[in-house]
Structures are given as structure tokens and as C-alpha cells.
Ligand binder design. Structure first.
Ligand code: SF4
Length: 453
């Protein structure tokens, strides 16, 4: 069977990270590893490709087209399947991905033959057997108009991804200043329950970790030096982290790591973090979310501002970069933005992602519908960068302006620019270009909001 897999590019309307990061489509590489030997798989990464979906469908002439994506990609996923059907109605179209797993109705479309809602790693090869040998349809896979019910228990088995499927793209993958980066997934879900967070919803609050020896086996097969561990939180278990680091030493694995971690773990385990730094930890993405105790409580973050501040100080003192994330709630006025900027400068934060509070569909985060600025079907705008809830103390245009100014004040101060001079001119140019593109998108939003006021 010939299987074509499409990874969508972000729509033009989506503000975003695509300008400062492009990483490998790990979920497709994992699925590509599950097929039988006589099946032929090709992955097309439309973030990097210039040619059209039509071109690849006609050239490869697949029996099956698979598409995955985030909420921002829903329309493209349907479009790809519609194009495939228009070229050859007998192409079997299959959709999956984290948004579909939580909101399967959004991909209930006549152009999509099968929606893989649960346990893609086992359901996908079983679906292929269903098509090839007429075996029964696996649980967790649904046809159009079919009610999504009786979902099976979660199965967190994880074959090593077939990274060769994106060999021709690999040199282009990067995440901010981590050039030629490879992704590694060691766990599924998160043991915490922050109420705005989509990550934990994907696994219905289940949390599972791969055996460290298996993770290290996979790590040894990765050619790239830069490794981005995409667990929602890699810093969960001190003993597992210790086991991981022992393994790095024992196997003489020398890599640079970019991970997600919580501030409370960093503060509680300074020695472990310090040892991890010696073994390659370069950057931690920390969801501080806020430096206000009431806001942190409202988000059910289970941390406090002092812990956030201490974590930042520890990372700075150890020479570990921190990519900080902060949530911007609709209640904020000018003074709150000023306070945030002052706090981040005081803490010497050099990289920050400011996310307007966004009630991503599926999280259950309750917001009065009349206050929503993004229609549920306006998928490209659910990017955690658009202002999603009507601001209470200023106009939408002013709110966008506050975001733009905050970024400018935090990221373009002389000490930050001086810090970035250690990177290669090529990376600096890439980041400057990317930041400028995001800046332009925000300016456009500001002007649109002014016009609509
Ligand atoms: S925000 Fe982070 S810590 Fe909280 S539930 Fe999500 S992944 Fe876990």
C-alpha cells in the first residue's frame, strides 16, 4: 500500500511560532514506523515544501492519504482530503492529531474516510490491515457521521519513530536558537491539572512514562546533537531524571537538551538541575504563567510567585537559558502590563512567550460566549497569540498594542541583544527575521482591531 502523509503549514492568519521554530513531524514518523514492510510511506512537510498538495498526490499516487494537525490546521486537513478525493475518489483519507482526538466532531467531514480518535500507534496499523485484509475496524477509529463512543482505554506504547522519512527536511528543523534539532518524547500527559492547559486533556489526565532504557536506546540512534524533549513536563520525577542522567553518562551520550519543566521542580532540585546542566541541559521552557498569587490560583497552577522568581534566578545562576511563558488575562490594564515587563526585566528574562488567555476548545475552561473574540470555527486564530477574550479595561486594539510594546521592551533591551551575539550570524538573522514577521502580524491585528472599534 502506498501511504502519503501530509504535515500542514500554519495558515497565514495564524500568528506565530512557525516564524521562530520548525520541528519534525514526530507523530507521522511514529506512524510511519508502524506499517508493514511492503507498505511504502512518504511524509511531506508543508512548512518547508513549496510545491502544492496536488503535485504530491499526483506524483506519488497514494492508496491512502493521512493528515494530522493542530486546531489551527483543521481547514487545511479537510482541504487536503478534498483535493485527494477530487484527484482520485478511491484514495482512502485518514485524519488524526491532537485536536481531532479531543474534538473529533470538527473533522467529521465527507472528505475524510476515517478519524483516528484514540491510540493512533496501535489503531493506525490495524486500520491498514482493515483496508488491506478486511480485518475488523479497530476501536477508536470512526467513519464520517459515526458517533464517537466506546473509546478504548489509553495505550501508551510507542515504537521508535522512523526519522529517515523526513531525511531531506532534517537540516531545516530548529527551535529558536536550537539549530538542527530532533524531537524526543519520553512521556504522555502531565500529572498536574492547570485548568487552561490542552496538553493534559489529550490524555484525559492520564500520565505515562516510557522506560528510561528505551528512551536512551532511541536517543542513541538520533544523529542530531540538539534534542528537544517534547514531554509536557520532563521534570516530574527526580529519580527518573537521575536515571536518565546516569544513562547519559554510562552510555557516553553527549547531546544538548531543550526541555519543559515547572518552576517548583527547579527550586526543589537545584542539584539535579545543576548536574543536568553538566550533562547537556541548555534550555528549560518554563510556564510561569503569572507572578500574581491570585492568578496562579485561578489557573490551578499549584505554584506561587516566589517559586517562579527563585526558579528564574537558579536558571540564570547556572547559565541555563529559560524560555518563559506568561499568560495575559483579559482583566489586565496598562499597569498590569507594566508590572509584568518590570518583573521580567528584574528577573533578567531574555526569551518570553506572552499568551493571551485562550479557552482552547476541549479544555473545559469556561468563558462567557459573548466575551469570546474568536468564533469556534475560526480555527486559524486559535493560536494562543490572538486576543481571544474581550479585554475588560481597554479596547482590543490597545490590548494588542500592550502586547507589542511588552515584547519590544523585554526582548530588545541592550543586555538581551548582547546575550544573543554569542549565536552565529545565520541564527541571529533567522531569529531577527522570525521576530519581525511575528511583530508584523501583531501590528496587522492592532490595525484591524482599530478599524473594527
Ligand atoms: S500547564 Fe504544564 S504543568 Fe500545567 S497541566 Fe499543562 S503541562 Fe502540566
Amino acid at each position: 500500500m502506498k501511504i502519503l502523509m501530509f504535515r500542514p503549514s500554519p495558515p497565514k492568519e495564524t500568528i506565530g511560532l512557525q516564524h521562530v521554530m520548525v520541528v519534525e513531524p514526530l507523530e507521522l514518523e511514529v506512524l510511519g514506523a508502524t506499517v508493514e514492510k511492503d507498505d511504502e510511506v512518504q511524509i511531506i512537510d508543508f512548512i518547508l515544501e513549496k510545491r502544492s498538495p496536488e503535485y504530491f498526490i499526483r506524483k506519488f499516487a497514494p492508496d491512502m492519504l493521512c493528515v494530522t494537525g493542530y486546531i489551527t490546521n483543521v481547514l487545511q486537513m479537510k482541504e487536503y482530503c478534498t483535493i485527494a478525493k477530487s484527484i482520485n475518489p478511491s484514495i482512502v483519507t485518514v485524519a488524526g492529531g491532537v485536536h481531532l482526538e479531543v474534538n473529533p466532531a470538527d473533522l467529521d467531514d465527507i472528505s475524510i474516510d476515517f478519524r483516528v480518535v484514540r491510540n493512533a500507534v496501535t489503531a493506525f496499523p490495524a486500520l491498514i490491515r482493515h483496508i488491506k485484509y478486511n480485518e475488523s475496524l479497530p476501536p477508536g477509529v470512526f467513519r464520517p457521521r459515526e458517533a464517537v463512543e466506546n473509546l478504548p482505554e489509553f495505550d501508551f506504547s510507542f515504537p521508535h519513530p522512523d526519522r529517515t522519512l523526513v531525511s531531506r527536511y532534517r537540516k531545516h528543523y530548529f527551535y529558536i536558537f536550537h539549530d538542527k534539532v530532533a524531537l524526543l518524547k519520553t512521556a504522555f500527559g502531565c500529572p498536574y491539572s492547570c485548568n487552561f492547559c490542552f496538553c493534559r486533556i489529550i490524555t484525559s489526565d492520564n500520565f505515562a512514562q516510557r522506560p528510561i532504557e528505551d528512551v536512551l536506546d532511541e536517543l542513541e540512534t538520533i544523529e542530531e546533537k540538539e534534542i528537544y524533549i517534547v514531554d509536557d513536563d520532563f521534570l516530574v520525577s527526580p529519580s527518573r531524571l537521575e536515571q536518565f542522567m546516569d544513562g547519559l553518562l554510562a552510555r557516553n551520550i553527549k547531546k544538548s537538551f531543550l526541555i519543559y519543566g515547572r518552576s517548583d521542580f527547579i527550586v526543589a532540585h537545584v542539584e539535579l538541575i545543576s548536574r543536568f546542566k553538566e550533562l547537556g541541559l541548555r534550555t528549560v521552557i518554563v510556564g510561569f504563567e503569572s507572578f500574581d498569587p491570585d492568578e496562579l490560583e485561578k489557573y490551578n497552577k499549584m505554584t506561587d510567585p516566589l517559586t517562579n522568581e527563585k526558579a528564574m534566578q537558579i536558571l540564570n545562576s547556572l547559565g541555563i537559558d529559560c524560555y518563559a511563558t506568561v499568560i495575559l488575562p483579559p482583566e489586565w490594564g496598562h499597569k498590569d502590563f507594566d508590572r509584568l515587563v518590570e518583573k521580567l526585566i528584574e528577573l533578567d528574562v531574555k526569551y518570553v512567550n506572552l499568551q493571551p488567555l485562550t479557552p482552547i476548545p476541549g479544555t473545559g475552561y469556561q468563558v462567557d460566549k459573548n466575551k469570546l473574540l474568536i468564533h469556534p470555527g475560526d480555527y486559524p486564530k486559535w493560536d494562543l497569540a490572538h486576543v481571544a477574550i474581550t479585554p475588560e479595561k481597554m479596547s482590543v486594539a490597545e490590548y494588542y498594542q500592550c502586547i507589542i510594546k511588552a515584547y519590544e521592551r523585554i526582548l530588545f533591551r541592550p543586555s538581551v541583544i548582547k546575550n544573543h551575539l554569542r549565536y552565529s550570524p545565520k541564527m541571529l538573522y533567522k531569529m531577527l527575521k522570525g521576530s519581525w514577521a511575528v511583530h508584523k502580524q501583531y501590528k496587522k491585528k492592532y490595525k484591524e482591531a482599530l478599524k473594527n472599534a
